[in-house]
Design a protein around this ligand. Sequence first.
Ligand SMILES: [Cu+2]
Length: 130
Amino acid sequence: MKKNLVIAMLMLALSLSACASKKVTLNVTATDSGYDSTTYTVPAGTEVTVNLKNDGVIEHEFAILKLGEHVTPPFGDKDEAKIFWELDGVEAGTTKSDTFTTPTEPGEYDIICGIPGHIELGMVATLIVK
Ligand SMILES: [Cu+2]
């Protein structure tokens, strides 16, 4: 019994250290009509640095919604609480970076640009967490 406990603790320690070392970079390019991919895949429970390059002529965002949430355009105040994480204020012709930790729950999360009118332009994608 005691030996099993020691083994269990060792396995826990190993899995914790494996988690802590995971880091992923996600390069995304936005234009005024959408993102450069319709899906982006990242591992669950992982630190992800998003580099959002704005190749458009207007400001854009990269907002990830909570699992199961969707936005019916136009995006408005009613939708702010649906956001899990966002990188906003990315001016035209610039690249902005920020880091977040992906959800531990695998699934498909909606990505949108929350600037009014931009979902309608096609600024939607899916974050696949697995
Ligand atoms: Cu946009």
